[in-house]
Design a protein around this ligand. Structure first.
Ligand code: MG
Length: 363
């Protein structure tokens, strides 16, 4: 993306969670002034033209890096919330791939947009689609958002089949090539619940006016129904390049980039309702969103712990939603009025969820 548009964008700072080698390759190619590895146990390269730092505080400084106009936040999980808030407070455009920023701290993030002079642009493909469909429309013109879901690798599976899912099965996504955590989130449909909450905050829509539908081909990235009944959709072959490019260049459109669309090759576009059984992580997430306060942060924390345990082989796939539900039942909703309140709810939910995991394995 940066390689294709060298005259439009310059990389000034780059960060990684742990992968210093990959970051060093990026640094060699694009020469950012600053490179940060969030995990301070990872050794940094001995020689480089960039300044290298490590640790969480260096990561947070990078989020508000003075030379940057745009901050692309693609951190995995709730750890992305604070960098989003800092970038917005510093007046940056935040291109948001970290949906947990809005799930865990939706009210805080939207307040930071209003107060900090920054702007928030979605990179999640569904939300980029909706954002593009809403361009030029008056506020209040949309009456319903329809998020599309691929259905993940277990579309059509019975509850009995879901009891026997292995880690390798859950990592086979039919249409999107993504990291392990989000691929499992897509398999449980928890990802779609996170996206409903994300849409609620991003577009100021009631939960009653946000629907999700399974669309296995992942060609229509989402739809908006307007008050007159007209429906707009945004289409394309599945690739994250276009949402990233749109968020960086907005309101302009860069020439070229995405794979040319061919409706004939795209073939039949089909739709079906979300499954009613076996995918409780979706309904639990939307319920947590509706409950508001810190409940979406609790849901997300429980889900992150449960998914990590599943990927480690310590929890069955079918136990993921059960663990999330028990954690939600044991958590009280409090106001999510400060970053400290959100982080405290997140930490408490993680500890409840960890304490539940060993008994789960034995039942
Ligand atoms: Mg998405």
């Amino acid at each position: 993306m940066l390689g294709r548009f060298p005259d439009s964008f310059r990389l000034v700072a780059a960060t990684a969670g742990q992968d210093a080698e990959r970051l060093a390759e990026i640094a060699d190619r694009f020469n950012p002034a600053l490179c940060v590895v969030a995990d301070d146990r990872v050794p940094l390269p001995a020689t480089s033209k960039s300044q290298w730092r490590s640790g969480r505080s260096a990561l947070l400084e990078a989020a508000a890096y003075p030379e940057a106009d745009i901050v692309l936040n693609a951190i995995v999980g709730a750890a992305g919330l604070e960098p989003t808030l800092l970038a917005l407070a510093a007046g940056k455009r935040v291109a948001l791939a970290n949906k947990e920023s809005l799930v865990c701290g939706g009210e805080l993030v939207m307040a930071a947009v209003r107060e900090g002079g920054g702007e928030l642009l979605p990179v999640d493909s569904e939300h980029s689609a909706i954002f593009q469909c809403l361009a030029g429309e008056e506020r209040g013109a949309a009456r319903r958002l329809i998020l599309t879901a691929s259905g993940g690798p277990f579309r059509g599976w019975t509850e009995a089949q879901l009891e026997r899912v292995r880690v390798s099965d859950a990592l086979q996504h039919p249409t999107w090539n993504m990291g392990a955590k989000i691929t499992v989130d897509s398999a449980t449909l928890a990802n779609k619940a996170l996206e409903v909450i994300e849409a609620h905050y991003l577009f100021g829509m009631d939960y009653d006016d946000i629907d999700a539908v399974v669309h296995p081909q992942s060609i229509i990235h989402s739809m908006v129904e307007f008050t007159d009944g007209s429906v707009l959709a945004q289409l394309g072959f599945p690739s994250m390049e276009l949402p990233v490019q749109y968020a960086l260049a907005y309101p302009a459109r860069q020439k070229g980039g995405a794979e040319p669309f061919d409706p004939v090759r795209a073939g039949d576009l089909t739709f079906e309702p979300l499954p009613e059984r076996g995918f409780d992580a979706f309904a639990l997430g939307v319920q947590a969103g509706r409950a508001g306060g810190t409940m979406p942060a609790v849901y997300n924390a429980a889900k992150e712990v449960a998914v990590a345990a599943f990927l480690d082989g310590r929890l069955s796939f079918a136990a993921i939603p059960r663990l999330i539900e028990t954690t939600l039942d044991r958590s009280a909703s409090t106001a999510a009025g400060s970053l400290a309140a959100v982080l405290e709810a997140d930490a408490r939910a993680r500890s409840v969820c960890h304490s539940l995991i060993d008994p789960e394995v034995h039942c």
